[in-house]
Design a protein around this ligand. Structure first.
Ligand code: FEO
Ligand code: CA
Ligand code: CA
Length: 638
């Protein structure tokens, strides 16, 4: 989601700064490119990684599109884009497929079996190769100005229920037919997971005192997931989703507790759920927020499976999570948290990934894999070196004397623990992508306009620009294996516009200019795709004036070349990118087309900023999954 409204989280007052002071000019930092390929790790089916062994050419073969302000999806010559699954489309549950109503008058019950709002990360799961499969899709948040016919003019329990049903995760079945990709409906796989779906709790926080509530005295079952942002696909076939902006749903006392403040929970709530669902009132239910902020795991192939919150991976404003595999077969899960001056995490599993066996699918065989292991947080040092710092109870300052009674408290208070360890405060880590061939791990740092402001941390080696309106992409590689405790790092690029008046906003992109990288994903050829999220109030203005609408770009990481591939409709953000195994179909999400600069539309004028994709005179803009194909059926981007 775009985050620059007044409630934007900025909750890290800790002073762990001094070790990151930087002397060299970051803009002049050499970008190390053209790295030799190492042996591949064969992570078949792992999103964010290269599928396949030796690298094919990563050359970009399309003619880039110009920056654009038009209210439609623009793709290069020789490509077509089609809308597949917009908000409100029935997902395909047998006997329960209510049609979307253009005036937004569908009920909460309807919404619970329709595509949710504000699509974010998505992943493809093959049923029949590249012809038929599932899409798992995050529904990050809602614009209540568009979700209800009269917005928040009245505010009722039914409206809160509808908003909660528009959140979460969707699974749909899709297939390629003569006329293009279509939903398969009904489908036994079709599923909605909402803000009220029961989740199990896995890992060290399961059953802990801080996880217990009146409704769940055992502390082992949570209702729902919210703020589901980026997506990852595990080698064992499950879906990982990050709970990002969950703090905005809660309302605290006039003076929040220190623990609440550290996670950005305050009295004001953007979504107004506590007015009709007391679970989100932390005065009445102080432990309920501890049950959000996790990476959640879903098995999209088993519609009866219970999704799980993986607490061993730490609690944060998680953008998402992505899996690499060590040479001895353990899972390494990378995760960032998108908030100003927050952190990048890594989890190394204790056990090896198990194969499907004895009647169990790989997903079932690894049902506890992410519950046992070691969590780390990253420290980026000057000179291109860095270290993973273990978030392990009893090690270093993570003791009862410092407020961590056990490992559960370490993971529930992962931010406070990371503060004590001196982790590096980053410029809003968003997506990560893993190049299994070279072992470089890439992360978008979308922007941080407060870097260097009075009272805020100044530039450091990893976050080199004050008033970082443009963002950058960092990458690192562990010594020896993905589980190595030290790493080397550098910047793939600093985003910007070379025509900017302000030197530090010019960046060093080799190719098409962009700002605010967010989505990041490798395709099977090893091309790195970058989706942008310039905030709606900034699009087309000031330093962003020449950059147009948010867009999707392709980067050849061997050469650093960047080409603009797709521009989105007015006011949208590009979120998520996934491909069929043959690389000939790409699915991308268009999130919040027509977003108002205030971030909530006026229900009396829902078409003011966009009317994509329906362009109906009685409709409203809708987030949607889009299918991109080459007219000649070739590999996307080649
Ligand atoms: Fe949901 Fe950080 O974007
Ligand atoms: Ca973003
Ligand atoms: Ca994002």
């Amino acid at each position: 989601m775009t985050k620059d409204f007044s409630q934007m989280e900025d909750s890290n007052p800790s002073s762990n700064l001094s070790i990151h002071d930087v002397l060299q000019s970051p803009v002049r930092r050499t970008v190390l490119l053209g790295l030799g390929a190492l042996a591949g790790f064969g992570l078949a089916g792992c999103a964010g990684t290269r599928e396949g062994g030796a690298a094919a050419s990563r050359a970009l073969g399309f003619k880039p599109v110009a920056a654009s302000g038009v209210d439609r999806v623009v793709v290069p010559e020789g490509y077509v884009a089609a809308v597949l699954a917009p908000w409100g489309e029935p997902v395909g549950i047998a006997g329960n497929m209510p049609a979307f109503k253009l005036d937004a008058s569908n009920s909460a019950a309807d919404q619970a079996v329709q595509m949710g709002m504000h699509h974010d990360g998505l992943e493809y799961y093959a049923l029949e190769g590249s012809r038929r499969g599932l899409l798992a899709i995050n529904q990050e948040y809602t614009d209540d100005g568009l979700l209800h016919p009269d917005g928040q003019k009245t505010w009722t329990p039914e409206k809160v229920k509808k908003a909660q049903a528009a959140h979460g995760i969707t699974v749909i079945e899709i297939e390629q037919q003569a006329g293009g990709w279509q939903l398969v409906r009904p489908s036994r796989y079709a599923r909605r997971i909402t803000a009220n779906t029961p989740f199990a709790i896995g890992g060290p926080a399961a059953g802990h005192t801080l996880m217990k509530t009146a409704a769940d005295p055992a502390g082992r079952t949570v209702l729902g997931t919210i703020g589901n942002c980026a997506s990852g696909k595990t080698p064992w076939g499950t879906y990982l989703s990050g709970e990002e902006n969950w703090a905005n749903y809660f309302s605290a006392a006039d003076t929040p507790t220190g623990h609440e403040r550290r996670f950005g929970i305050r009295k004001a709530t953007w979504y107004r759920w506590p007015e009709h669902d007391e679970r989100f009132d932390t005065v009445r239910h102080p432990n309920e927020p501890n049950r959000f902020g996790w990476i959640v795991e879903v098995d999209p192939m088993d519609p009866t499976s219970t999704p799980v919150k993986r607490t061993a991976l730490g609690r944060a404003a998680h953008e998402g999570a992505w899996v690499a595999v060590t040479q001895d077969g353990r899972a390494v899960v990378y995760s960032g948290e998108d908030a100003r001056f927050e952190y990048i995490y890594r989890f190394v599993s204790r056990d090896k990934i198990a194969p499907a066996a004895n009647g169990k699918t790989a997903a079932q065989a690894n049902a506890q894999l992410l519950d046992h292991g070691t969590l780390y947080v990253a420290r980026f040092d000057a000179g291109g070196k860095g270290q993973w710092l273990a978030l392990t109870h009893g090690v270093g300052p993570l003791t009862a004397a410092n407020g961590f009674a056990d490992q559960a408290e370490v993971v529930i208070k992962a931010r406070q623990a990371s503060d004590l360890l001196g982790a590096t405060k980053m410029d809003r880590p968003e997506w990560l992508a893993i190049d299994e061939t070279t072992r470089w791990v890439y992360c978008t740092l979308t922007n941080n306009s407060q870097r260097g402001e009075p009272g805020k941390p100044g530039p450091d080696a990893a976050n080199p620009r004050a008033s970082n309106t443009m963002g950058h992409i960092i990458r690192w590689r562990e010594a020896g294996d993905f589980s190595g405790e030290n790493f080397e790092w550098n910047h793939l690029l600093l985003a910007g516009d070379p025509a900017s008046e302000r030197p530090e906003a010019r960046g060093n992109i080799q190719g098409d200019a962009f700002s605010s990288p967010d989505t990041l994903a490798f395709d099977a050829r090893g091309v790195l795709w970058i989706g942008t999220d310039v905030s709606t109030r900034s699009i087309g203005k000031g330093e962003m004036a020449r950059l147009g609408n948010n867009q999707l770009l392709a980067c050849n990481p061997d050469t650093g070349e960047v080409r603009r591939f797709l521009t989105g409709p007015a006011g949208c953000e590009l979120t998520g990118a996934t491909w069929t195994p043959d690389g000939r179909t790409m699915f991308v999400n268009i999130q919040h087309p027509g977003e108002a600069p205030s971030e909530r539309n006026d229900p009396a004028d829902p078409r003011r900023f966009s009317n994509w994709p329906d362009f109906s005179p009685i409709g409203r803009p809708r987030s949607a999954t889009v299918v991109v194909r080459r007219v000649d059926g070739g590999v996307i981007g080649a």
